[in-house]
Design a protein around this ligand. Structure first.
Ligand code: FAD
Length: 86
């Protein structure tokens, strides 16, 4: 079966937390209704194709605590939303 792609997604509430505590609180309070959004590479295709739906998205890329690379006593820690620098 071929998916039908649309130019726009359905209306979705967008949350853009910038601190970890707020992001976790949103995820907790929205539960299954809160779609976690990383880079959106998979998500935007699914939503536009109507393969999956979400009523709210929590964009994680602005949480500063989850960005960057740092040395720890065990090795190196790479934050989950660290972006490459070219
Ligand atoms: C043109 C193109 C080329 C690609 N090439 C490659 C390739 O060469 N190699 C490869 O491996 N992949 C490739 N991919 C696939 C894509 O890059 C990966 O699937 C990528 O890892 C998606 O990450 P994202 O952050 O954009 O996901 P998103 O679309 O943001 O999220 C994907 C899923 O993960 C969930 N999610 C996101 N963040 C979290 C989190 N922190 N905790 C829990 N759940 C979370 C979302 O709710 C969603 O269900 C390609 C995709 C495209 C469109």
């Amino acid at each position: 079966m071929v998916a039908t792609s649309h130019d726009v997604m359905l209306d979705i509430e967008l949350y853009q937390p910038t601190d970890e505590a707020n992001a976790l609180a949103l995820a907790e309070s929205l539960g299954k209704d809160g779609w976690l959004l990383g880079g959106g590479q998979d998500t935007y295709g699914w939503l536009k194709d109507r393969n999956k739906t979400a009523s709210a998205m929590i964009e994680l890329t602005q949480v500063d605590a989850w960005k960057g690379i740092k040395e720890t006593s065990d090795g190196i820690e790479i934050g989950a939303v660290t972006q490459p620098v070219f």
